[in-house]
Ligand binder design. Structure first.
Ligand SMILES: Cc1cc2nc3c(=O)[nH]c(=O)nc-3n(C[C@H](O)[C@H](O)[C@H](O)COP(=O)(O)O)c2cc1C
Length: 409
């Protein structure tokens, strides 16, 4: 099973059909695939399976009421819609599909579907005659036209004894199809080299200078890039992040090592993204022995490290170069100055210091600048942000490539 669902927030909607008994297994399978699952049940769904069961298998409280005062105080319906990376309604009744088509918001699940920007997938489950009915088929077509994905239904023997199309797909098949939803193929055939994490600059054999970079943003980007079909090589400073599936990881410690590794690999790549928080300075001399605590003051002499992203941007045959700018003040003007000074194709500006976003946190808010343009990405999880950034990167990379092709034609 591909690991596309690792760390994905999946909102599992359960509606009132016989197949709801399979939703418990589905929630379990989604968690096995690495997803974080929150369940929303319609009132009718609770006739078929209990919220307690769904709570136990999903590991999270079940949501079932649009007018739940407590929920609205904490994770309200809009928050829940924002939280979701994808919504899967399984089973989806004929009635639910009809309500979705009409854009109704008469219960929590329909309201969430209206409020969410995440992809929505339905796993229809109903009697074969209900499925074949023109009304249902028109509703299915109409929601598909609005971008809703349809997983199944399957054909076979039904709970009522009929045989035909209308059976809900098996949980494992639903997990597979849902994971495929995250494979966008926008960067298929594109080689990406990137850096992530901090660097460590040795002072003596046991001490070093470093920074608070956790590598979370870089690793989320690496994952989103492979989901988009790119072949990713990740040169990483020391972090405790899990390497995403299909990513080739090269571990380095210092800025000098990172620079050497980047220069060694960059020629085979179409895009370079410098996400690492590379130390600007290193110790001029590294003590071969542990420095003893003998004097009241200790002075370290530092010298400049190579600027990796600027060096890549200066290459004759340079890839599409993207830098990150972590700034504590004048974010946009500093980032735009860096974009032009270092001759980058794109810069991702990140406010750091005294905010709940950026270095070390699970969320981030950035502004992306390229040419004379800019686009703001409001605060969201680093995983979600990574996917949105990859869409923009793929779009800009394609435009630049088409321009170069026109020039050389
Ligand atoms: C025993 C029983 C089984 C049902 N099974 C299904 C079903 O498999 N699919 C379906 O579309 N509706 C089924 N229904 C009808 C739905 O429960 C009904 O349309 C309900 O209003 C759906 O509400 P909901 O979509 O808000 O959950 C069934 C009803 C009963 C009484």
């Amino acid at each position: 099973m591909p690991k596309r669902l690792v760390n994905k927030n999946i909102l599992l909607g359960v509606t009132g059909g016989i197949a709801a008994y399979k939703s418990a297994d589905l929630a379990r399978r989604l968690r096995e695939a690495g997803a974080c699952v929150r369940v929303v049940m319609t009132q009718k769904a609770k006739e078929f399976i209990t919220p307690l069961t769904m709570q136990a298998v999903s590991g999270n409280p079940v949501h079932d009421d649009l007018f739940d005062l407590q929920a609205e105080a904490a994770m309200g319906h809009i928050e829940l819609a924002r939280w979701a990376d994808a919504i899967l309604v399984a089973p989806a009744t004929a009635d639910f599909i009809a309500r979705l088509r009409q854009g109704e918001a008469n219960d929590l699940l329909t309201t969430l579907c209206l409020a969410a920007s995440a992809p929505i997938a339905l796993a229809p489950a109903m009697n074969q005659a209900m499925w074949k009915n023109t009304a249902t088929q028109e509703n299915v077509q109409a929601v598909q036209d609005k971008g809703v994905k349809m997983f199944g239904p399957d054909a076979g023997e039904q709970a009522c004894g009929d045989v035909g199309y209308g059976r809900m797909l098996e949980p494992l098949e639903l997990v597979k199809q849902l994971s495929e939803l995250f494979e966008t193929k926008m960067l298929t055939g594109v080689n990406v080299l990137m850096t992530a994490g901090p660097t460590q600059e040795a002072i003596d054999p046991v001490r070093y200078i470093s920074n608070a970079s956790s590598g979370k943003m870089g690793y989320a980007l690496a994952q989103a890039l492979t989901e988009a079909g790119a072949k990713v090589t990740l040169i990483s400073g020391p972090v405790s992040q899990r390497t995403p599936e299909h990513v080739t990881r090269i571990n380095v410690i210092s800025a000098k090592e990172m620079y050497a590794s980047v220069m060694n690999h960059v020629h085979d790549n179409d895009i370079f993204i410098g996400v690492a928080a590379v130390a600007d300075y290193r110790c001029k001399t590294i003590s071969s022995q542990k420095i003893a605590k003998t004097s009241e003051e200790l002075q370290l002499v530092l010298e400049r490290n190579p600027d990796i992203v600027a060096s890549v941007a200066q290459l004759d045959k340079k890839p599409f170069v993207i830098g990150f700018a972590a700034e504590t003040e004048n974010l946009i003007s500093h980032a735009r100055a860096k974009l032009f000074r270092k001759k980058l194709d794109m810069i991702i500006a990140n406010q750091v210091g005294g905010t709940e976003t950026g270095i070390g946190s699970d969320e981030n808010a950035v502004t992306v600048l390229w040419c004379e343009q800019q686009q703001e990405f409001k605060r969201m999880s680093k995983q979600k942000l990574a996917r949105e950034l990859v869409s923009l990167i793929a779009e800009c990379y394609k435009i630049k490539n088409d321009e170069l092709r026109c020039l050389s034609a």
